[in-house]
Design a protein around this ligand. Structure first.
Ligand code: SF4
Length: 483
């Protein structure tokens, strides 16, 4: 993933410091992995702004470098160690120039391997787990004072959200809002319950207040984030427990908030209230990432997914009854320990039955410390590779079919930013496809209809259609786009 915090304006704390003539320190954050890490990186920048840190576009000469790491991919910690090796030279160069670079490791690798990082990479000054970002200022001060490494990988009693400052940078047209963290599901292949801790939901009042600020700052779309976001059960303003469906209904009342999305969900936590919200809240977009991982009940049980293939299909049917144009995306793991040919065939059958608009699929690879890593009956690499190829071919065909069905159709597009060419704008359809159109920059932040003229490998090309002009074909929301 590209480093975050390029082209971000100065946080307010830094702007004030600049106006008073203080030395502004340069902060470079490299973000790996998921959208929650992108959100967390922005929050870390906000926490450090009052200390005079302003975003830098490169690590060279920075006063502080944070690697915000991800533990999901294979060999995640090795990648962090090789990046730390590169940063060691920059840190030395800074010291030779009479300065000091504070080197910090944050995120899930920090949580899982904090002690190992400090032992193997003495150039690291600070290790901070995802639940302790609000303590960054004291950790930075400690590292600077003591001249020795500081580490905080606790799961503090106080929820970090209560201590994080309000976002200091403008959110952009499409913003992330973290509503839930951690996970209690303990899927046997996953590190999240160990690195992010137990499920925690922010109170609805705090979420709504942050959403209002984001919209006031220019956000038109908000994606609600959580490791298991639809397990959300925050305290409502009336003291009762609110599920995600109820929270979404409340957020949809905010004037100017045109689009709401949420990710990532667990099929078991997709309750009736949330399904109904898909049918009744127009701002809730008709696209849902709902990981299933496998179509075999035997493998789902070994994964401790706590649902069967039939349960998943029933939830999909419920969603399509509520919102016929909903499109689905999913995650798949092939070659989980013990996966036989018939289990894999069951996965293919589920994919055929559902029909996905998009998907992420991977070969199983063990994550140290997870129960599945110790399971016998690991599937040979060659078998995994062959199965992944077959699955990906099927998923790619479904994605192409889904995109091709848009050809000649008018779709609503939220225009998010200028494109690569002069006069080009890039936006997202309601189904999260990237759409390129020609149009004036003044339309950024607006939703406009575009008639799709071409299907590119990773995007759609469209032509803006003036309001009131009848479409040559029906608008997409009048058609059934689901599979
Ligand atoms: S529900 Fe998701 S985050 Fe939680 S353990 Fe399973 S895969 Fe990991």
């Amino acid at each position: 993933m590209a480093p975050y915090l390029t082209r971000t304006p100065l946080p307010l704390g830094c702007a004030r410091a600049l106006s008073k003539g203080f030395y502004v320190k340069r902060l470079y954050i490299k973000t790996y992995g998921c959208q929650m890490n992108v959100y967390d990186s922005a929050r870390m920048a906000d926490v450090l702004a009052p200390l005079g840190y302003a975003p830098a576009e490169a690590p060279d000469g920075a006063d502080m470098v944070i690697l915000n790491t991800c533990h999901i991919r294979e060999k995640a910690s090795e990648k962090v160690f090789s990046e730390l090796g590169r940063l060691k030279a920059l840190k030395r160069a800074k010291a030779e120039a009479g300065g000091r670079m504070i080197l910090a490791v944050a995120g899930c690798v920090a949580q899982a391997a904090g002690a190992e990082i400090l032992a193997r990479a003495p150039q690291v000054d600070l290790v901070v787990g995802p639940q302790a970002y609000h303590r960054l200022p004291e950790l930075v001060a400690k590292a600077a004072r003591a001249g020795e490494a500081a580490i905080d990988t606790d799961f503090p009693v106080e929820p970090k959200f209560d201590f994080l400052p309000e976002a200091a940078t403008p959110p952009g047209v499409s913003a992330f809002l973290s509503v839930q963290e951690g996970c209690d599901k303990f899927c046997t292949f996953c590190v999240v319950p160990y690195t992010r801790g137990a499920e925690y939901s922010r109170p609805a009042r705090a979420v709504i207040a942050e959403a209002r600020r984001l919209v006031a700052g220019g956000a038109v779309e908000i994606t609600l984030l959580g490791q298991n976001v639809n397990a959300y059960h925050g305290e409502g303003p009336d003291g009762s427990s609110w599920g995600l469906g109820r929270l979404i209904r409340a957020l949809a009342e905010i004037e100017g908030l045109e689009r709401i999305r949420y990710t990532t969900s667990h099929p078991r936590d997709l309750d009736e209230e949330l399904i109904q919200a898909h049918g009744e809240v127009p701002a809730l977009m008709p696209f849902l990432h709902l990981p299933v991982q496998s179509g075999s009940d035997r493998i789902l049980s070994a994964m401790n997914r706590q649902h069967r293939a039939k349960d998943y299909l029933n939830k999909v049917a419920g969603l399509r009854r509520a919102r016929p144009d909903i499109a689905l995306s999913s995650d798949f793991i092939v070659g989980f320990p013990g996966e036989r040919a018939e289990d894999f065939e069951a996965t293919l059958a589920l994919v055929e039955e559902v029909g996905f608009a998009q998907a992420y699929s991977f070969k199983y690879s063990p994550r140290p410390g997870t129960p599945a890593a110790a399971l016998p009956d690991q599937v040979p690499e060659a078998v995994k590779a062959e199965r992944l190829e077959r699955l990906q071919a099927l998923l790619a065909r479904q994605q192409q079919d889904f995109n091709r069905a848009m050809l000649g159709v008018r779709v609503p597009v939220l225009l998010e930013r200028p494109g690569r060419h002069a006069g080009q704008l890039v936006g997202r359809s309601a189904w999260l496809q990237a759409v390129h159109v020609e149009g004036p920059a003044g339309l950024i932040g607006r939703i406009r209809e575009a008639e799709i003229e071409a299907i590119e490998p990773h995007s759609l090309k469209g032509r803006l259609v003036a309001p009131g002009i009848p479409a040559s074909v029906p608008a997409v929301h009048e058609q059934r786009m689901g599979h």
